[in-house]
Design a protein around this ligand. Structure first.
Ligand code: HEM
Length: 333
């Protein structure tokens, strides 16, 4: 290992780790913000400019890119397994229930990758691109910024079952969702803060229809949903048909990263069941929702911390994995 890398790792352990700026990877590797400072000094600038262009063209893209990092990290760690297309023995995670007809933004990652390959071939991982794009998307929509620890490498495989089982579903119980977070090393505070991502972006009718018509199987709607809001939602999300029709997750400010998501929850106007249960099922999460609804700064601070924590879920470091040339396929050699 080169001396400068040694130094960075020691610096990381002694100085940055206590600040949450370096993550200890599961198997001993470290992520640190300066990882590309010498090998690809323009890396962060390149990611930011492609993301900015994409979000300018379509504001929702910020939400879609933020979500991709989450769906990547919850499956085999933050290793860009999500970005692989099916081929050979690989069955793409894009085919899983949470991702089909839903996860989007892959073309933006292709564009970032091709710009990075031109500037510094085989240097910047697709997994780091996802982490940076998530941060840039948050900032571009008005949310907090944070320093992104880097040095993740890309997987050589995908896990369809991991994608189906580890990513929480909108109709999961509170306990199931919390358990899925805990299995990834995230706690109840991370759950509430990260759910705040639903301050931007859209959901399809199929993701919350059950709440409008038959929440518990007795033909009754979810009474924890404001009934006039529910009536409004029913007009565009009928009992059958219209599965893919889109709705704002935060109807107050759908493309602005702010704390109105939490205010909506307190008014029983959270779109997904998984959103509303944060105020109806648990006192700890209810208190956190109240605090974030009252204090946007507090939400922003915690969101940034929780994003760094999520970004540290078992990355591949050192010589594990590879730097893919194209995010959609593993290198052939
Ligand atoms: C707590 C458990 C969570 C559940 C059950 C959940 C579920 C969902 C569902 C069902 C959708 C709509 C998908 C569709 O209908 O196509 C969605 C969208 C979204 N989710 Fe989550 N999510 C959770 C946590 C998170 C986290 C931790 C993040 C990011 C850190 C996140 C970011 C987003 C974003 C930004 C969107 C909008 C995407 C777009 O417009 O393309 N979610 N989520």
């Amino acid at each position: 290992m080169s001396q400068s890398k040694n130094f960075l790792i020691i610096f990381c352990v002694l100085a940055l780790a206590p600040l949450g700026l370096c993550g200890k990877a599961g198997s001993g590797g470290y992520l640190y913000p300066q990882f590309y400072d010498h090998s690809c000094p323009k890396a962060q600038e390149i990611v930011k400019s492609v993301v900015a262009k994409a979000v300018m063209k379509e504001p929702r893209m910020a939400a879609s890119l933020l979500r991709l990092h989450f769906h990547d990290c919850f499956v085999k760690g933050c290793d860009a397994s999500l970005l692989l297309d099916s081929s050979g023995t690989i069955i793409s995670e894009k085919r899983s229930v949470p991702n089909t007809n839903s996860a989007r933004g892959f073309e933006v990652l292709d564009e970032i990758k091709s710009a990075l390959e031109k500037a510094c071939p085989l240097t910047v991982s697709c997994a780091d691109m996802l982490a940076l794009a998530a941060r840039d998307s948050t900032v571009l929509t008005g949310g907090p910024s944070w320093v992104v620890p880097l040095g993740r490498r890309d997987s050589t495989g995908a896990s369809l079952s991991g994608s189906n089982n580890n990513i929480p579903a909108p109709n999961n119980t509170f306990q199931t969702i919390l358990t899925k977070f805990k299995l990834k090393g995230l706690d109840i505070v991370d759950l509430v803060a990260l759910s705040g991502s639903h301050t931007i972006g859209n959901a399809r009718c199929t993701s919350f229809r059950q709440r409008l018509y038959n929440q518990t199987g007795n033909g009754q709607p979810d009474f924890t949903l404001d009934q006039s809001y529910a009536a409004q939602l029913r007009t565009r999300c009928p009992q059958s048909g219209g599965d893919q029709t889109l709705f704002f997750l935060d109807f107050v400010s759908p493309i602005k990263f702010d704390n109105s998501y939490f205010k909506n929850l307190l008014a029983y106007k959270g779109l997904l069941s998984s959103d509303e249960i944060l105020v109806t099922q648990n006192q700890v999460t209810r208190q956190l929702v109240k605090q974030y609804a009252e204090n946007q700064e507090l939400f922003f601070e915690q969101f940034a911390k929780s994003m760094v924590k999520m970004g540290n879920i078992t990355p591949l470091t050192g010589s594990r994995g590879q730097i893919r040339k194209r995010c959609r396929q593993v290198n052939k050699y």
